[in-house]
Ligand binder design. Structure first.
Ligand SMILES: Nc1nc2c(c(=O)[nH]1)N[C@H]1C(S)=C(S)[C@@H](COP(=O)(O)O)O[C@H]1N2
Ligand SMILES: [Mo]
Length: 516
């Protein structure tokens, strides 16, 4: 058999086998098993520093597009690699296409990839979108991957044999005209399987985070407490976990005297605490709405740490989500009574997208430290880093004082003659875990300041809402600026030497056009 023919036969069989393998992975994904389609992206993102990460995100048009491109190119890459693998297989089979090669192909197409994936993706294998404990999840991911490459190997060898099988004894040595028909048939099977894969992909797409990742809460609708379905949302995931609480547990491990495993019911047995706490994403722009406020119920993290007894070498607490997200907080912060393991948000169990069944609430730290779908608490030394920290975000994760004008809209127009009453100006002010003591408004771009009324004081850990009246006396373009003072008396400022990866500081300004 000519080598070009075996090569192209192998190419086709490999391509169809890669389609079957991809469909298998999508099926596993529907059951919450982590597959390379997703976790390769998680693995690679650890190597992208925040600067290039942000510019990449800008280029492709946002985090959602970046995620879609990530998964899309992984699938495309997988199909290409599969086809090339098939071609190489075909080339090796050129002398005797029907030579039984099971052991060798299993070694090359099953065992080798499993070893490669186990090594290359080890840090992200312990991912489970159903909430399996990390060590079990790692095994489940590997078994799922083994199944997928086994599907590849079986389809490749069966497809290749099907294409090269002689029609009759006399045609033993050469391709027959039937090869065209068989190639057509195999391609048709490939298309059918691809159709199944697309159906699964659509199902996953509907469940994916694209529709809500990055939702903001700002403007006229802002109330003291953000309703759960309007609470801003940020996730690194393409499809968020939906934890089955019976599979889930919480581990306390690392540099502790007593390791422990807690079930959800155990946690409900501890004395609970309820507190209002505002969360804000590190990437929240001065005018943006990646900030919301809720009443969280849970247990102080220190209750579990006290029982675990941290060793003297423990300095940081690394928090792991079932989605393989991690972040760290200093041990002292973890021991504060307001650092919570929270299971209720505004009076109901945590919604899935906000971390059901358990998330961390770390008042005064950026949103990313509030790890959702928590499954492991690991006491670590000073060098421990989390998902975004490893990318190079930080070094500062304590929120600076911020404020925002929600009403009126930027670029609003008013006519003095038509104004019957003053224009209402209102918004939020947030001082991390330091509270808010004062809010001031300027109508002349910061030259003079007037006190605004705080009509809702959220306490030390939450935002406060403010309002004031504005009665412009002359036509013109006005620049409105807001600034807040935190509970420690420090006035909001633009920190010139703050790293851009520690969150922006500065003032929110809007322009109001006033005509006669
Ligand atoms: N497990 C896990 N926790 C996570 C994240 C994540 O992707 N996975 N994202 C973090 C980021 S960047 C932010 S800003 C907050 C957002 O919380 P929310 O979606 O409940 O508002 O969750 C944090 N916790
Ligand atoms: Mo975030």
């Amino acid at each position: 058999m000519s080598w070009t023919k075996t090569l192209s036969t192998g190419l086709l069989a490999g391509f169809v086998a890669a389609i079957a393998m991809t469909a298998m992975m999508l099926l596993l994904a529907c059951f919450g098993v982590a597959t390379p389609l997703i976790i390769i992206g998680d693995r690679l993102s650890a190597f992208i520093p925040p600067g290039p990460f942000l510019s990449l995100m800008g280029k492709v048009g946002g985090y959602n597009h970046l995620k879609q491109i990530g998964v899309g190119s992984t699938i495309a890459g997988q199909l290409v690699v599969g086809a090339i693998g098939g071609a190489i297989f075909g080339f090796c089979m050129r002398r005797d296409p029907r030579k039984p090669a099971t052991l060798a192909t299993i070694a090359v197409f099953v065992v080798l990839p499993i070893i490669a994936v186990a090594i290359a993706l080890w840090p992200v294998l312990g991912t489970s979108y159903r909430g399996l404990p990390i060590d079990v999840a790692r095994l489940a991911t590997l078994v799922g991957f083994a199944l997928s490459v086994f599907v590849f190997e079986r389809t490749l060898t069966a497809g290749f044999r099907f294409l090269t099988r002689p029609k009759t004894k006399s045609e033993d040595r050469e391709f027959t005209p039937a090869i065209g028909r068989r190639a057509f048939l195999l391609s048709a099977i490939g298309v059918a399987v691809a159709g199944g894969g697309v159906a699964l992909a659509r199902k996953l797409y509907r469940a994916a985070t694209f529709s809500y990742d990055g939702t903001q809460y700002k403007g006229r609708i802002v109330q003291p407490i953000t309703p759960n379905d309007l609470f801003y949302c940020v996730t690194k995931n393409v499809v968020d976990p939906r934890v089955n609480v019976d599979l889930w547990h919480l581990e306390v491990t690392g540099l502790v005297r007593n390791r422990a495993i807690w079930r959800f019911e155990d946690l409900l047995g501890f004395p609970a605490r309820e507190q209002q706490t505002t969360l804000m994403c590190i990437s929240n722009g001065l005018d943006a709405g990646l900030i919301s406020n809720a009443v969280w119920k849970g247990i102080p993290l220190h209750d579990l740490l006290d029982q675990a007894v941290p060793l003297s070498s423990a300095a940081r607490v690394r928090l792991h989500g079932v989605d393989n997200y991690t972040d760290t907080i200093p041990l002292e912060k973890a021991m504060e009574p307001t650092t919570l393991l929270s299971y209720e948000m505004n009076g109901v169990l945590l919604p899935h997208r906000h971390g059901y069944p358990l998330r961390v609430v770390v008042p005064g730290y950026f949103g990313e430290k509030h790890v959702k779908w928590l499954t492991r608490i690991e006491l670590a030394d000073t060098s421990a880093k989390g998902f975004y920290e490893a990318q190079g975000w930080g070094p500062d994760f304590i929120v600076p004082t911020r404020s925002r004008i929600d009403v009126p809209d930027h670029e609003s127009r008013f006519s003095i003659h038509e104004l019957r009453e003053p224009i209402e100006v209102k918004g939020i002010a947030y001082g991390g875990d330091r509270g808010i003591s004062r809010v001031e408004l300027s109508f002349d771009d910061g030259k003079t300041w007037n006190d605004a009324a705080i009509y809702y004081a959220g306490g030390d850990l939450a935002w406060s809402l403010w309002k004031t009246d504005w009665m412009p006396e002359q036509p013109g373009d006005y620049t409105l600026v807001v600034r807040a003072t935190d509970g420690e008396g420090d006035v909001q400022e633009w920190e010139e030497d703050r790293s851009p990866f520690s969150g922006v500081t500065g003032f929110h300004k809007i322009v109001g056009h006033v005509t006669a």
